[in-house]
Design a protein around this ligand. Structure first.
Ligand SMILES: NC(=O)NC(NC(N)=O)C(=O)[O-]
Ligand SMILES: [Zn+2]
Ligand SMILES: [Zn+2]
Length: 467
């Protein structure tokens, strides 16, 4: 799009207050006016106009949880393929997780490796979470340097991450992290599963056909999530009690358990704790009962649970108890999925989904009555707030012109002919499904980065560093 100053028009523009028929004026990468009705036509007379008819114009999606594995494991994904897929799926910003790249992003130096790897190779805007690990947790100045260098917050694990240079943290590490983060007003994101020694776990070998999904599900019960969340909420409260400040913001990533774990989070919110929670499309789309034996595309942690749990997740999302959605796009090479043996206990865990999260959320959500405004809240507004992106996440004057233009009514088959920009299409659990919601175009800060199957010829995404 060679225009610096132009108008986008449609009969369905999703603004914070209403869905309007009208136009959005873009200049220098920002939204400079939003006009309802057709009075804009006079103002726009000498300007370029892009008419999207009845397609929906929404803020671009902000994915706060994606593993792009660059640098160091680019055979798994990488910035170019990952951000092209994001653009094709209407995601205009993504925040990259600190693990699965080599090295992990746990210091100022390793963040620099990330930003250099991203330079000139990203099609959407990319920010970074830093890692809170035992190595840096007790070293406040090292954490401060990492935060000063621009990570948007920190992320840690309460169980083994599967990555050698990203060990798990215990509550003392987490406490140290929270104290530093409170000063910076940035969040701590936690993978909340804590291994419990249970009878189920001890019996896993007897119970255990490793090709059966039920075996895997039993190996990571909901009690692991519950135990981790209980401990995290306690540490967060303790940290707040010890300081005069407001206290750090705790964000629980990829909640799968909609029962006891969710109740703990609701209770903490009611008591005024700064806690938010995300879940992911795969927990809303799939259920344990339907996962075929040996189909390790569906393996992730925490695991996809039963149908009733899935319905409870939807209810929590609709009630506002779950704040937002993220992809947790965590790909690998197909070999690590062990498709030949179909062994759920040994295969790499992680769902590949980045390009499909909008149609997946919509396809499974529309029968449950979700609205376009709710989609925007879960995928743009709340993620913008979590990641500190004041100029993103809403179609409002002064904000970045980040848009997804899409047709909710158009259905398509995610078959072998469908263009997929991710590095490995075969590992995605969504291949073979029929979805609704076709992305027509994606704009990042006014730049048309994707339209009708074509990407912009140059990678105009920028890295986002906190100041
Ligand atoms: N090393 C990983 O990418 N882990 C990820 N894997 C999943 N979710 O199965 C995650 O986010 O925990
Ligand atoms: Zn995780
Ligand atoms: Zn993850």
């Amino acid at each position: 799009m060679p225009y610096r100053h132009y108008w986008i028009t449609s009969t369905r523009i999703v603004t914070p207050s209403a869905i309007i028929s009208g136009a959005v004026e873009v200049k220098g990468g920002k939204i400079i006016s939003v006009v309802e009705g057709d009075t804009w036509q006079r103002k726009a007379r000498s300007k370029h106009i892009v008419d999207y008819g009845q397609a929906v114009v929404m803020p671009g999606l902000i994915d706060v949880h994606a593993h792009l594995d660059d640098p160091g494991r680019t055979e798994w994904e990488g910035f170019p393929s990952g951000t092209r897929a994001a653009a094709a799926g209407g995601i205009t910003t993504l925040i990259d997780m600190p693990l699965n790249s080599v090295p992990s992003t746990i210091s100022e130096e390793t963040l620099k490796l990330k930003t250099s790897a991203a330079k000139g190779r990203i099609f959407v805007d990319v920010g970074f979470w830093g890692g809170l690990v035992p190595e840096n947790a007790f070293n406040a100045s090292s954490l401060e340097r990492l935060l000063d260098a621009g990570v948007l917050g920190l992320k840690s694990f309460m169980c083994p991450s599967g990555i050698n240079d990203f060990p798990m943290t215990n509550s003392s590490h987490i406490k140290e992290g929270l104290i530093v983060l409170a000063k910076y007003r940035r969040p701590l994101l936690v993978h909340a599963e804590m291994q419990q020694i249970t009878n189920d776990w001890e019996n896993i070998d007897d119970a255990g056909n490793p090709q059966s999904y039920a075996t895997y599900l039993k190996s990571r019960p909901a009690s692991w999530e519950e135990a981790a969340i209980r401990e995290l909420l306690t540490v967060t409260k303790d940290t707040r009690a010890g300081s005069s400040a407001e206290g750090a913001h705790l964000h629980i990533v990829h909640l799968a358990d909609a029962r006891s774990s969710l109740e703990l989070i609701k209770e903490a919110k009611r008591s005024g704790d700064r806690v938010t929670v995300e879940t992911c499309p795969h927990y809303l789309a799939f259920s344990a009962e339907e996962i075929p034996d040996g189909d390790t595309r569906f393996k992730c942690a925490p695991p996809i649970r039963d149908t009733e749990n899935k319905e409870k997740l939807w209810a929590a999302l609709l009630d506002g108890d779950i704040d937002m959605l993220s992809s947790d796009h965590s790909p690998s090479v197909p070999e690590l999925k062990l498709f030949n043996e179909g062994n759920f206990l040994r295969a790499w865990g992680g769902i590949s989904s980045l390009q499909f999260v909008l149609p997946v959320t919509w396809s499974y959500g529309r029968s449950r009555g979700i609205s376009l405004n709710q989609l925007v809240s879960w995928w743009s507004e709340k993620p913008a707030r979590l990641s500190g992106q004041d100029l993103k996440g809403a179609i409002a004057i002064g904000n970045h012109a980040d848009f997804v233009v899409w047709e909710p009514e158009v259905e398509f088959e995610l078959d072998d002919n469908h263009p997929v920009y991710l590095k490995h299409r075969s590992i995605s659990a969504y291949m073979g499904s029929k979805l609704a919601g076709k992305v027509l175009a994606t704009f990042v800060r006014g730049n048309l980065v994707f339209e009708e199957g074509n990407h912009a010829p140059f990678a105009c995404g920028v890295t986002i560093l906190a100041k």
